[in-house]
Write a protein that binds this ligand. Sequence first.
Ligand code: SF4
Ligand code: FES
Length: 255
Amino acid sequence: MADTQNKARTLKFDIFRYNPAEPDVAPKMQRFELAEAPYMSLYIALNELREQQDPSLQFDFSCRSAVCGSCGMMVNGRPTLACQTLTADLPETIALHPLPTFELIGDLSVDTGRWFRRMVEQVHGWIERQDAFEPTAEEERMDDATAEAIYERDRCIECGCCVAGCGVANVRPDFLGAAGLNRIARFMMDPRDQRPKPAWFEVVSDADGVFGCIGLMACDDLCPKDLPLLDVYGYLRRKALASALTPNAKDSSLS
Ligand code: SF4
Ligand code: FES
């Protein structure tokens, strides 16, 4: 953290303003000023601006602790979680924009839910079984290494920062992005999922999947939960190749 906690600063916020419900009012950047307080986060700063200066300012927060994923925004051009960003780590002038690629609700608020819902439906982001449900059957055991690998992928909070920072997702709305490919990997590793290999191959192996990535890897730099997104791409490319070579063999191995 930069050593600015003891220096009194007046922060200047340049905030994107636009309400799609009022299309006749052109988008603009609006400047606000605010006295910085010790350990002030962007969450605190934006709430003070809304309470004290402009109650119409739109932005999203819920958990304030990097858990709900709702406060993603562009901070000086970089997608990040506002609740875990301290103003002390930023320059005196802070530009805030909504995340690109997602539908704008207003000002800094975007609808990530619609994007993630479409992605989950596109990849069938749930466990698929071929056998009939047997309610009295015992729960299947899972070894620790598999459970940990699945948990690592389940840590995604669906904030959208990786998607907003992805050069491909910004120009191709159907590209699954790191969040979508991470979701596929999570179920591919799960031994309870009984999808045949060709079904995986179909969602992973086209230009909307892992081969649409052009290797910029901003997702891996930007993920606020430090998910191993580079590993996800490598894992899926190996699996896609294995699927093409041996389409009928069952494989939920972790490598
Ligand atoms: Fe956010 Fe990381 Fe999940 Fe992408 S992978 S949505 S950056 S938590
Ligand atoms: Fe929940 Fe920031 S408010 S992640």
